[in-house]
Design a protein around this ligand. Structure first.
Ligand code: 13P
Length: 253
């Protein structure tokens, strides 16, 4: 099954509006996309509308980094699905490990956020991944199955058809320690196998990204793995040339 590569940049809590639009414009200006990859950028809420405006009419997709599950109301500081759509997002990152560990997003909350995204036709990029302690205890695959089982509980294959999954081992995020291509492949293959519960065809089609210290010098090897369909890039998505190089990975697959 040939799946379209998907390269996403999570800008986290970086960049002013001017810096975000300049970065988006630089990425949009580069016409080099030899893998015909889908390209997604996820700026901060404050830059979302300006970035969406900047890339309008280009192939670059825009995501929010999170969303609240309620429609509206007294939820000071939270941003609703309609609000991120209004700002121009078509996608939304849900369950990033920084949300889970620093902001208390539990599996149950993430399940509600996913439901809100589906309801509003936002494409979720749902993140899963184990900590170093969990990996060392041999619990990687069971942790990921439990995150998937709880996060996706109650949805039908039809509801999940736009879902993108990102495997981001917590110990590889921002640490410079990338999972080896073999480690990434092992987990990606097991995620794909797990998703067979929604049908073999569903599992064969779902896009699974790897994230965690993806860089210009390791993207080719990671992207060469058969079940790695794309990358969710943090640090190196903040520098246009680096992100463009990752978009143009040489995986020969
Ligand atoms: P780094 O690429 O900086 O390790 O961040 C990965 C990440 O968390 C993307 O969501």
């Amino acid at each position: 099954m040939k799946r379209k590569p998907f390269i996403a940049g999570n800008w986290k809590m970086h960049n002013t509006i001017a810096e975000s639009t300049a970065l988006a414009a630089a990425i949009a200006k580069s016409k080099e996309n030899k893998n015909q990859a889908d390209i997604l950028v996820a700026p901060s809420y404050t830059s979302l509308a300006s970035v969406a405006q900047t890339v309008k009419g280009t192939k670059i997709l825009v995501a929010a980094q999170d969303v609240h599950f309620e429609e509206k109301g007294a939820f000071t500081s939270a941003v609703s699905p309609s609000q991120i759509k209004d700002a121009g997002a078509t996608h939304v990152i849900i369950g990033h490990s920084e949300r889970r560990s620093l902001f208390g997003d539990t599996d149950g909350i993430l399940n509600k956020k996913l439901a809100a995204a589906f309801k509003h036709n936002l494409v979720p990029v749902f993140c899963v991944g184990e900590t170093l302690a969990e990996r060392e205890a041999g619990k990687t695959l069971s942790v990921i199955e439990s995150q998937l089982g709880n996060g996706l509980a109650g949805f039908t294959a039809e509801q999940l058809k736009t879902l993108i999954i990102a495997y981001e081992p917590v110990w590889a995020i921002g640490t410079g320690k990338t999972a080896t291509p073999q480690q990434a492949q092992e987990v990606h293959a097991s995620i794909r196998k797990y998703m067979e519960k929604y049908g073999k065809d569903f599992a064969a089609k779902i896009i699974i990204l790897y994230g965690g210290s993806v860089k210009t010098d390791n993207a080719d090897a990671i992207m060469a793995e058969p079940d790695v369909d794309g990358a969710l890039v943090g640090g190196q998505s903040l520098v246009a040339e680096q992100f463009i190089r990752i978009i143009n990975f040489n995986a020969n697959k």
